[in-house]
Design a protein around this ligand. Structure first.
Ligand code: HEC
Length: 114
Protein backbone atom coordinates (compact mmCIF):
# COMPACT_ATOMS: atom_id res chain seq x y z
CA UNK A 1 0.00 0.00 0.00
CA UNK A 2 2.68 2.49 1.02
CA UNK A 3 4.92 1.27 -1.76
CA UNK A 4 2.10 1.82 -4.19
CA UNK A 5 1.60 5.37 -2.93
CA UNK A 6 5.30 6.06 -3.24
CA UNK A 7 5.32 4.68 -6.78
CA UNK A 8 2.34 6.87 -7.66
CA UNK A 9 4.07 9.93 -6.24
CA UNK A 10 7.30 9.23 -8.08
CA UNK A 11 5.41 8.65 -11.28
CA UNK A 12 3.56 11.93 -10.86
CA UNK A 13 6.81 13.76 -10.23
CA UNK A 14 8.51 12.08 -13.16
CA UNK A 15 5.73 12.79 -15.63
CA UNK A 16 5.08 16.37 -14.57
CA UNK A 17 8.67 17.50 -14.29
CA UNK A 18 10.01 20.11 -11.90
CA UNK A 19 8.43 23.15 -13.49
CA UNK A 20 7.60 25.19 -10.41
CA UNK A 21 9.10 23.65 -7.29
CA UNK A 22 9.63 20.13 -6.05
CA UNK A 23 7.25 20.72 -3.16
CA UNK A 24 4.46 21.75 -5.46
CA UNK A 25 4.89 18.55 -7.43
CA UNK A 26 4.60 16.63 -4.17
CA UNK A 27 1.24 18.24 -3.51
CA UNK A 28 0.07 17.46 -7.00
CA UNK A 29 0.51 13.75 -6.38
CA UNK A 30 -2.58 14.05 -4.17
CA UNK A 31 -4.23 17.31 -5.30
CA UNK A 32 -5.29 18.78 -8.62
CA UNK A 33 -6.87 22.12 -9.38
CA UNK A 34 -10.45 20.93 -9.79
CA UNK A 35 -10.77 17.15 -9.50
CA UNK A 36 -10.70 15.12 -6.32
CA UNK A 37 -7.67 12.86 -6.23
CA UNK A 38 -6.43 11.61 -2.86
CA UNK A 39 -7.11 15.05 -1.41
CA UNK A 40 -9.68 17.73 -2.25
CA UNK A 41 -9.15 19.96 -5.32
CA UNK A 42 -7.38 23.27 -4.60
CA UNK A 43 -10.28 25.28 -6.00
CA UNK A 44 -12.70 23.61 -3.59
CA UNK A 45 -10.38 24.31 -0.66
CA UNK A 46 -10.20 27.96 -1.71
CA UNK A 47 -13.99 28.17 -1.91
CA UNK A 48 -14.48 26.46 1.45
CA UNK A 49 -12.31 29.03 3.26
CA UNK A 50 -13.39 32.04 1.21
CA UNK A 51 -15.03 33.87 4.12
CA UNK A 52 -12.64 32.66 6.81
CA UNK A 53 -10.38 35.48 7.96
CA UNK A 54 -7.98 32.92 9.47
CA UNK A 55 -7.74 30.92 6.26
CA UNK A 56 -4.03 31.55 5.65
CA UNK A 57 -3.03 30.59 9.18
CA UNK A 58 -5.30 27.58 9.14
CA UNK A 59 -4.23 26.19 5.76
CA UNK A 60 -0.59 26.75 6.63
CA UNK A 61 -1.02 24.72 9.80
CA UNK A 62 -2.79 21.90 7.94
CA UNK A 63 0.04 21.66 5.41
CA UNK A 64 2.79 21.66 8.03
CA UNK A 65 1.11 19.47 10.64
CA UNK A 66 -1.23 17.39 8.53
CA UNK A 67 -5.01 17.38 8.47
CA UNK A 68 -7.75 14.83 9.03
CA UNK A 69 -11.51 14.57 9.18
CA UNK A 70 -12.26 17.81 7.36
CA UNK A 71 -12.74 16.50 3.84
CA UNK A 72 -13.35 12.79 4.23
CA UNK A 73 -11.85 9.68 5.74
CA UNK A 74 -8.38 10.01 4.18
CA UNK A 75 -5.97 12.15 6.25
CA UNK A 76 -3.19 14.34 4.83
CA UNK A 77 0.15 13.50 6.43
CA UNK A 78 2.33 16.39 7.62
CA UNK A 79 4.35 17.61 4.65
CA UNK A 80 7.77 17.18 6.21
CA UNK A 81 9.83 18.74 3.42
CA UNK A 82 7.80 21.94 3.45
CA UNK A 83 9.15 25.12 5.07
CA UNK A 84 6.88 27.55 6.89
CA UNK A 85 7.57 30.15 4.21
CA UNK A 86 6.56 27.74 1.44
CA UNK A 87 3.42 26.76 3.33
CA UNK A 88 2.48 30.42 3.64
CA UNK A 89 3.10 30.95 -0.07
CA UNK A 90 0.91 27.95 -0.98
CA UNK A 91 -1.83 29.21 1.33
CA UNK A 92 -1.88 32.59 -0.40
CA UNK A 93 -1.80 30.88 -3.76
CA UNK A 94 -4.74 28.62 -2.89
CA UNK A 95 -6.82 31.52 -1.60
CA UNK A 96 -5.96 33.54 -4.72
CA UNK A 97 -7.82 30.91 -6.76
CA UNK A 98 -11.04 32.54 -5.57
CA UNK A 99 -10.11 35.63 -7.57
CA UNK A 100 -8.70 33.91 -10.63
CA UNK A 101 -10.71 33.55 -13.79
CA UNK A 102 -11.12 29.92 -14.93
CA UNK A 103 -8.47 30.29 -17.63
CA UNK A 104 -5.93 31.98 -15.37
CA UNK A 105 -4.86 28.89 -13.43
CA UNK A 106 -1.35 28.78 -14.82
CA UNK A 107 -0.75 32.46 -14.24
CA UNK A 108 -1.90 32.25 -10.65
CA UNK A 109 0.80 29.73 -9.77
CA UNK A 110 3.54 32.25 -10.44
CA UNK A 111 2.66 34.66 -7.71
CA UNK A 112 2.11 33.60 -4.12
CA UNK A 113 0.76 36.93 -2.93
CA UNK A 114 -2.80 38.16 -3.19
C1 HEC B 1 -0.45 11.89 0.53
C2 HEC B 1 -1.42 12.75 -0.14
C3 HEC B 1 -1.32 14.25 0.09
C4 HEC B 1 -0.21 15.08 -0.14
C5 HEC B 1 1.19 14.69 -0.61
C6 HEC B 1 -0.68 16.41 0.12
N1 HEC B 1 -1.99 16.42 0.51
FE1 HEC B 1 -3.09 18.05 1.02
N2 HEC B 1 -4.64 16.83 1.58
C7 HEC B 1 -4.68 15.46 1.41
C8 HEC B 1 -5.92 14.94 1.99
C9 HEC B 1 -6.35 13.48 2.00
C10 HEC B 1 -6.60 16.07 2.52
C11 HEC B 1 -7.92 16.10 3.30
C12 HEC B 1 -7.61 16.03 4.80
C13 HEC B 1 -8.81 16.20 5.68
O1 HEC B 1 -9.87 15.61 5.41
O2 HEC B 1 -8.71 16.95 6.69
C14 HEC B 1 -5.78 17.24 2.23
C15 HEC B 1 -6.12 18.54 2.58
C16 HEC B 1 -5.40 19.67 2.22
C17 HEC B 1 -5.77 21.04 2.52
C18 HEC B 1 -7.02 21.48 3.28
C19 HEC B 1 -6.73 21.41 4.76
C20 HEC B 1 -7.84 21.96 5.62
O3 HEC B 1 -7.54 22.30 6.76
O4 HEC B 1 -8.99 22.03 5.20
C21 HEC B 1 -4.80 21.85 1.99
C22 HEC B 1 -4.74 23.37 2.05
C23 HEC B 1 -3.81 20.98 1.40
N3 HEC B 1 -4.19 19.68 1.55
C24 HEC B 1 -2.67 21.43 0.77
C25 HEC B 1 -1.60 20.62 0.41
C26 HEC B 1 -0.32 21.11 -0.06
C27 HEC B 1 0.02 22.58 -0.30
C28 HEC B 1 0.47 20.02 -0.24
C29 HEC B 1 1.95 19.99 -0.67
C30 HEC B 1 2.88 20.69 0.17
C31 HEC B 1 -0.33 18.84 0.06
N4 HEC B 1 -1.57 19.25 0.46
C32 HEC B 1 0.13 17.54 -0.03
C33 HEC B 1 -3.70 14.68 0.81
C34 HEC B 1 -2.42 15.11 0.50
Amino acid sequence: MNKLMLAACLLAIATQGFAASTSEQTCRACHTMDTKLVGPPFKEIAAAYKNDSDAITHLKKSMLEGSSGKWGSVPMPANAGLSAAEAEQFSHWIMSLNNASPAAGKEATKEGKR
